[in-house]
Design a protein around this ligand. Sequence first.
Ligand SMILES: Cc1cc2nc3c(=O)[nH]c(=O)nc-3n(C[C@H](O)[C@H](O)[C@H](O)COP(=O)(O)OP(=O)(O)OC[C@H]3O[C@@H](n4cnc5c(N)ncnc54)[C@H](O)[C@@H]3O)c2cc1C
Length: 395
Amino acid sequence: MNTYDVVVIGAGVIGSSVAFHLAKFGAKRVLVLDRGTIGAGTTSQSSGILRTHYSVKENVELARQSWSVFNNFAQYLEDDEASCGLVKCGYMIVAPEGDKLEPLRASLQQQQEQGIPLELLNQAQAKELLPIAQFEDAALIGYEPEAGFADAYLVATGFARAARRGGVTIRENVEVQKLQIENGKVVGVSTSIGDIKTSMVISTQNIWTPELAGWTGRSLPVVPERHAVLALECEAAKYTFSMPVFKDLASPGMLYCRSYGGSQMLVSEGVVGEKLKAAEVEQGDIPMDYVVEVGAQVAERFPDYETAGIASSWTGVYDVTPDWNPVLGKLPGIEGLVVGYGFSGHGFKLSPTVGRIIAQEALGLPTDVSLKPYSIERFTTGELLTGKYGLGAVS
Ligand SMILES: Cc1cc2nc3c(=O)[nH]c(=O)nc-3n(C[C@H](O)[C@H](O)[C@H](O)COP(=O)(O)OP(=O)(O)OC[C@H]3O[C@@H](n4cnc5c(N)ncnc54)[C@H](O)[C@@H]3O)c2cc1C
C-alpha cells in the first residue's frame, strides 16, 4: 500500500505526539517517516525541563495543557506501561535587582492570572528548598511547585508506541526527499523507498526544515544553534531529586540547572548559542574556556561547586526562529501542508499540546489552542512572539 491519508515527516517528540493524536482523533491511514530512528534527533539531546514559566502568555497555555499530560502520562496514552520519567521537583526562578526584575515580576503575575499555581518565596524559604544555593542577591524568587523534568526520549518512544497501537505505521530509516505538489495541492512525497501518495503532509523536521523550504520554495526562517550541557559532580554538595529545577536570571548565561541522576547537577546556558551553517546533530567541541566560564557562574550561586568536576557533557542543537518561538499550522498557498518547527530549545515541554493541535488542524477540527499567534506570517507582519527576557530559551 503506498497511499495514506496523512504522512508525518519526522519521529521526534513532536512528530510522535502528532502521530499519537492523529490516531486518537480517529485518523485511519497514517504514516510516519524518519530517516533515523524514533527520538534520535534533537529530542535525544534534551535537558527535559518542564515548566509553565514563560513570558509569552500563549506559551504558558501550551505548557499548562501539556503539563497535565506529563502528570498523567500512562492514563493519557491508555498504556499502563508508559512512563515519561517525571521528577516533580518544582521550578524556581530568581532575578536580582536590574533589567530582569520587572520582566520576571510581570511574567509571574501573568502566570497567576492564567491560573498557574505559583508562590513568591523569600530568601530563607528558597534556601530551604534548595539548600546548596545562596540567595543573597535575589530580589524576586518565583516557585512553581507543579513543575520538574522528564525524559524526552521516553516521551517520544511512548507516544510512538501508543500511536502504533492506534494503527499508525512508523517507518524508521526512510528519508523523505521531496514533497510532490500539483496545482498548489500536496499529492505525495518522494522517499528513499519510493513515492507515496497522500493529500496531507505534516512536517515536524526541526533543524532539517530548510529541506522543506527547498521543496516548497517558501521562506521558513530557522537557524541550527548548538548548545552545550554539562553534568557536574561535587563532593561537598548533592543536587538531589527533591531539589527544584533552578533558573538563574542573575547569571550572564541565564543558567538553568537540575538534578541529574539524583546527585549530579545538569547545567546549561539559556542564551544564544553557536550558530551552525547546516543541520547536524553530531557532537561538537566544548572548549575548556567555556567550561571554566560556566563553572564560575555555577560557583557564584552554588559556592560548594567551586571544586566541582565534570562527570559528563554533550552538545545539542536548537531549531531557532527569529523570535525564539515555534511556527505551527498551515503554510499559506499550499493545500495539505501543516508544519510544526522552530522550537528554539523549549519544545519538549510543549510537545503534548503541540502534537494535539497540529493533529486537530490537519484533520480540520477546531484546535484547543489558537494557532494564529504561531503562524509563519508573523515574520512578515512583525507580530513577533519575542519574550520579555530577550532572545534565549526562556521565551
Ligand atoms: C541541548 C538541548 C536541551 C534542551 N532542553 C530542553 C528543555 O529542558 N525543555 C524543553 O522543553 N525543551 C528542551 N529542548 C528542546 C526540545 O528537546 C526540542 O524542542 C524537541 O525535542 C524537538 O523535537 P522535534 O520532534 O521537533 O525534533 P527532532 O527530535 O529533531 O525530530 C525531527 C526528526 O525529523 C527527522 N527528519 C528530518 N527531515 C527528515 C526527512 N527529510 N526525512 C525523514 N526524516 C526526517 C529527523 O531524523 C528527526 O528524527 C532542548 C533541546 C536541546 C538540543
